[in-house]
Design a binder for this molecule. Structure first.
Ligand code: EPZ
Length: 416
């Protein structure tokens, strides 16, 4: 079955090594298209979304080989063609190929990337921004074709911060004619990793980590070997697992410097968190000390991807908390599933009010998207009795073998 069975109540103990970042790997794999040669990407997580990105690169004529967590991409035989709709459809990050392909071969046709249950996930800002760089885009019912002789730098005053748009414009700008200014740029660690990769390849990018990126176009880039940083959202998810189940675990390689807002909230929920050079030690079940309020926002604010795992923690520990979701319009899909486990959560607009006074009990629940699915596993670790989380494939999109990792930490969990 495409499911996970968890018997709640075991404390967690031991160490788990944090995988490479999904949301850094995807734009960096897309960025290899800008380079005529062989790039080697180390610490690249073996997850479904990366697999789909590899397939998309192969459909464009690239040779892609994986040896463990090393992915080698050879783009010397890159050709223009339609990307397979099944991979484009299931993964929004396919939109990130747009900027890179227009920069390298000047033509792209693709179907609209999939939205998902957390929101409509439109690409309007991607398309209107690229048009300002000289791209001619013809849209039709199912997708669009885009063409540009040579991309031209432009000054952008974006109407809101978008991770994907910042990444697409970065990829379009590094080989464009002239200077491109992106403001406000997203400041996520994954954007900073993309800037590092591109600068290693010879791109001229100023303002890394700030809300204003300035890119001076260059003629070409050179192949590089780059190691993907650890995944801050996966690290935060395992931290939430410990805060639900109790015990003490070491998150080896966790990027504490990129997780300040998440660690602050974990401490407010009563967990003990110790940051050391090679990871984070998390001890103790969460017990809300005072009223807990989470507000999601752009980095360095609390990340929307951690909202569902923290809702699971709040649902199992102690008192009432409040969660404001300010990034996606429909990111409370986990609520009805947590209610099947006995949680008491009410939603008013973009705010969820969590009453954590009840002990959760096992239930059959449905994962509907990546982070919500992981959060259901987190909640089930603390629930009384057996839970079955169905639609495991959503979770496999972003977590390398979460069942084995949690079992090694002492959870009573198995594939179902
Ligand atoms: C990236 O999505 C991440 N995905 C998401 O992680 C993450 O939640 C999100 O950034 C916010 O941090 C990857 O990096 C692969 P946005 P992205 O553009 O780029 C709206 C996960 O679980 N918008 O910053 O799609 C959009 O609808 C995933 O790993 C437009 O309206 O996010 C949203 O409301 C989930 N028009 C807001 O902007 C556009 O053209 C921010 O989205 C583009 C975006």
């Amino acid at each position: 079955m495409d499911a996970v069975r968890i018997y709640g109540g075991n404390c967690l103990k031991g160490q788990t090594e944090i995988q490479g970042s999904k949301n850094a790997s995807l734009p960096i794999l897309a960025a290899t298209l800008l380079i005529n040669g062989i790039c080697e990407i180390e610490n690249c997580p073996d997850i479904a979304d990366v697999y789909h990105m590899q397939r998309l690169l192969e459909s464009l004529g690239c040779k892609v080989e994986r040896e463990g967590t090393l992915v080698r991409v050879d783009t010397r035989c890159l050709r223009e063609c339609d990307m397979p709709a099944d991979s484009v459809g299931v993964m929004r990050s396919s939109i990130m190929l747009l900027g890179a392909l227009l920069a390298r071969i000047g033509r792209v046709s693709m179907e609209y990337p999939g939205g998902c249950v957390i929101g409509a996930r439109p690409i309007d800002l991607h398309l209107q921004s690229l048009r300002r760089m000289g791209v001619v885009i013809e849209q039709h019912e199912k997708g669009f074709s885009a063409e540009a002789a040579r991309l031209k730098g432009a000054v952008f005053r974006l109407p809101f911060v978008s991770v994907g748009v910042t990444e697409n414009l970065l990829l379009a700008a590094v080989l464009a004619e002239g200077v491109t200014v992106i403001k406000p740029a997203a400041r996520e660690p994954e954007i900073q990793a993309l800037c590092d990769f591109l600068r290693m390849a010879g791109a001229k990018i100023e303002g890394k980590g700030s809300d204003c990126l300035v890119i001076h176009g260059v003629e070409s880039l050179i192949p590089v070997r780059y190691s993907i940083p650890a995944d801050r959202i996966v690290a935060g998810t395992y931290m939430c697992a410990c805060m639900c189940a109790g015990g003490s675990i070491f998150l080896k390689g966790a990027p504490a410097g990129d997780m300040r807002s998440v660690l602050d909230q974990a401490c407010r929920l009563g967990a003990m968190v110790e940051c050391v050079p090679d990871g984070i030690l998390v001890t103790g079940r969460a017990r809300i000390c005072g009223p807990c309020v989470l507000r999601t926002g752009c980095y360095p604010d609390f990340p929307t991807d951690m909202q569902s795992p923290f809702m699971a923690v709040m649902a199992v520990c102690g008192k009432t908390g409040r969660i404001e979701e300010n990034v996606f319009e429909n990111r409370f899909r986990i609520v009805p599933e947590l209610e099947k486990m006995g949680a008491d959560i009410s939603i008013v607009g973009n705010t969820a009010y969590v009453n954590g006074s009840r002990r959760l009990h096992g239930a059959i629940v449905q994962a509907q998207e990546l982070r919500g699915g992981a959060a259901l596993i987190v909640a089930a670790l603390a629930a009384q009795g057996t839970s079955i989380v169905v639609n495991r494939h959503y979770i496999d999109r972003g977590y390398e073998d979460i069942v084995s990792h949690l079992r090694e930490l002492g959870a009573d969990i198995e594939l179902a």
